[in-house]
Design a protein around this ligand. Structure first.
Ligand SMILES: [Mn+2]
Length: 370
């Protein structure tokens, strides 16, 4: 289908309201047999009118949200210390003020209680601090459910990525009570799909996606998969992994075992472009669901732009690719909840990774260049 312009091609994937808004009542009176696309081309306004109209309609699809910030200063799931300071770094970078400047109402719900490593017994080497992490995730899940009940979009700040088992469980539980499923976009250098039985490191931040998909949940050994007493929280067909470039052998097998078919590696982004990848990812996560949760591990972005992360890996998304992905998410409007994890101020440079996290959150919540 030929697009009218760069902006129009953007619109072709928008909800129906968009297209009908562009065609207008007058044009809809045209003779039967003329395709909607032909009517649209015929009815093209001047470029300036056209752009103004698009700007107006786009704004309409992004209503102001009430956003609830929830900090989870967890670093029990990682071997490198420091991501427990992530929520603070992102707040210091001005998260609340920047989101409010976009017209959103932001309330900060404070931090979820987390145990301090030095006071705890790590338990089994297969999954260190697993029970303490599961307890924190359960508290996180309950806070997320409460936010959604109050009509607020949860914006969770980590902390290591194991906390996603809590966030996603909360979103899934809220929608399950309404008979609906959710999708997940897992944007990360790693696939985080080990289980306590397969993990080579015993670091629980490499396990949350497996827990959410209910992989090995029947073994009863993984309390992360049992939050709210059931598994799985998400289905493989609505789960999309984006930006991976460091997957161990067990994870490769687990991706197949779990049946996750929508995996976009950095090679896919290189070859096919961020635009195509995000459109396909959003389509998969949206299919038959109420919408999707976005779990953004800052290590997805190249260490050149995001040096302060738990586990840096070369070859990540560029600054602009990362923004574009978030902008495309905002265009679609089906974002149910959002989290930013693995910001590590200890190895950051003057808080620039936390500042980038704030920028990306703004793009995901509707900030536009023009
Ligand atoms: Mn991760």
């Amino acid at each position: 289908m030929p697009a009218l312009c760069g902006i129009c091609s953007n619109l072709s994937a928008q909800p129906v309201i968009f297209i009908s808004g562009l065609i207008g009542a007058e044009n809809s009176k045209q003779a039967p047999g003329v395709s909607p696309m032909a009517r649209r081309v015929k009815a093209s306004p001047s470029p300036i009118e056209h752009r103004a109209k698009i700007a107006e309609v786009r704004t309409q699809t992004l209503p102001a949200r009430q956003i609830r910030v929830i900090g989870v200063p967890l670093d029990l799931g990682a071997s490198r210390r420091g991501v427990d300071m992530g929520p603070s770094a992102v707040r210091v970078a001005g998260l609340e003020a920047h989101l409010e400047s976009l017209g959103h109402q932001v309330t900060d719900g404070g931090n979820i209680r987390v145990e301090i490593a030095e006071t705890q017994n790590a338990g089994s080497a297969n999954a260190r601090f697993l029970q303490q992490i599961a307890d924190t995730c359960t508290r996180t899940a309950e806070a997320v459910v409460k936010s959604l009940e109050e009509g607020k979009t949860p914006l969770v700040l980590g902390g290591d990525h194991s906390l996603a088992a809590g966030t996603v469980s909360g979103v899934a539980e809220f929608y399950r009570r309404q008979g609906q499923k959710i999708g997940v976009l897992w944007i990360d250098a790693h696939s985080d799909i080990n289980t306590p039985a397969t993990s080579p490191s015993g670091n629980v931040h490499g396990m949350p996606l497996a827990a959410l998909l209910g992989l090995d949940a029947e073994s009863g050994l993984d309390p992360l998969s049992q939050i709210f007493g059931y598994a799985p929280k998400i289905l493989p067909e609505n789960t999309v992994i984006i930006g991976v470039r460091d997957i161990d052998a067990a994870e490769r097998a687990n991706i197949r075992r779990a049946g996750v078919a929508h995996v976009y590696t950095m090679r896919d982004i290189d070859e096919r472009g961020m635009r195509t990848v995000m459109e396909e990812a959003i389509a998969a996560a949206s299919k038959g669901t109420a919408g999707y949760h976005v779990s953004l591990d800052m290590d997805w972005i190249d260490p050149e732009d995001a040096p302060g992360v738990g586990t840096p890996v070369r070859g990540g998304a560029t600054y602009r690719e990362a923004h574009l992905a978030m902008e495309i998410l905002a265009d679609h409007g089906h974002l149910l909840s959002f989290e930013i994890v693995e910001v590590n101020p200890v190895i950051d440079e003057r808080n620039r990774t936390a500042e980038l996290a704030v920028e990306l959150a703004c793009s995901a919540f509707g900030k536009k260049i023009l």
